[in-house]
Design a binder for this molecule. Structure first.
Ligand SMILES: [Ca+2]
Length: 254
């Protein structure tokens, strides 16, 4: 029974991104005519600003992970974006996104990702460790609320922050059903009261590893192509940023 249920759910939900505009491509070009802009959150709708005065969308100097646009989570200052999405309480979800950084400013760029009712997870990116590469971040949680807000924010002071792109949220099916199924494999599932988190970790880990492997493969080719460009742009970044801040402030009104 549980196996049938789990299979039915897996068939229905596999792969679909539950977030809208996870790639930040839908409106950015309308709101930003320069290489990058500090603008209102209309540029990333239906994402909204949760904290901070404005968002930053970036076309250059770095190359987006996918499409033309990514986001530096520090505009003039750090900010947090959120998107509220209808989820099924009790289902396990996996959120993934690609992480890079704006090279200027402090050595280590830090931020967090969270979902309503679940503990937040921190992430970091620094050029010494990741050398300008896009790296995958995976966040797993079990939904507790039919209206869950996903939040991603910077905890880096200043105007040079972690950079994100390609945010994807998928439903992995009922956390409890999967747990029961796994327990049954080893013998009896005698208790109705199963550990939701334990099931989530066990199932989620496999999914995560697989996803990461796939991502890593994709990244490899991309990184090679970008390497030369990243080096060239490195010196340029800090100059652009310093010169551009004042100029771009006005874009918020557009
Ligand atoms: Ca993008």
């Amino acid at each position: 029974m549980l196996t049938t249920l789990a299979l039915a759910i897996a068939t229905t939900v596999s792969g679909a991104n539950l977030l809208k505009n996870g790639d930040f491509e839908d409106h950015a070009a309308q709101h930003c005519k320069d290489s990058w802009c500090i603008v209102s959150d209309s540029a990333i709708a239906p994402w909204q600003l949760v904290s901070g005065p404005a968002v930053e969308v970036d076309n250059t100097p770095w190359k987006a992970y996918s499409g033309d646009w990514s986001m530096d989570l520090c505009g003039d200052v750090p900010y947090t974006i959120g998107q509220t999405v209808a989820l099924t309480p009790g289902d396990a979800y996996t959120l993934t996104f690609m992480l890079n950084e704006n090279y200027c400013g402090t050595y280590n760029k830090t931020g967090f990702v969270s979902a309503t009712g679940s503990p937040q997870q921190v992430f970091f990116h620094n050029s010494a460790q990741f050398a300008g590469k896009w790296i995958p971040v995976t966040y797993q949680f079990v939904a507790t609320d039919a209206n869950t807000q996903i939040q991603i924010g910077s905890t880096t002071a200043g105007s040079c922050g972690p950079v994100i792109d390609n945010v994807i949220l998928v439903d992995n099916g009922v956390a409890i059903a999967n747990n029961g199924q796994q327990k049954a494999k080893g013998g009896k599932c005698t208790s109705k009261k199963v550990n939701v988190n334990k099931g989530k970790d066990k199932d989620g880990k496999d999914d995560k590893d697989k996803d990461d492997d796939d991502k890593d493969k994709d990244d490899k080719g991309k990184d090679k192509d970008d390497k030369g460009k990243d080096k060239d742009d490195k010196g340029k970044d800090s100059d652009d940023k310093d010169n551009g801040k004042g100029k771009h402030d006005d874009d918020d009104d557009n």
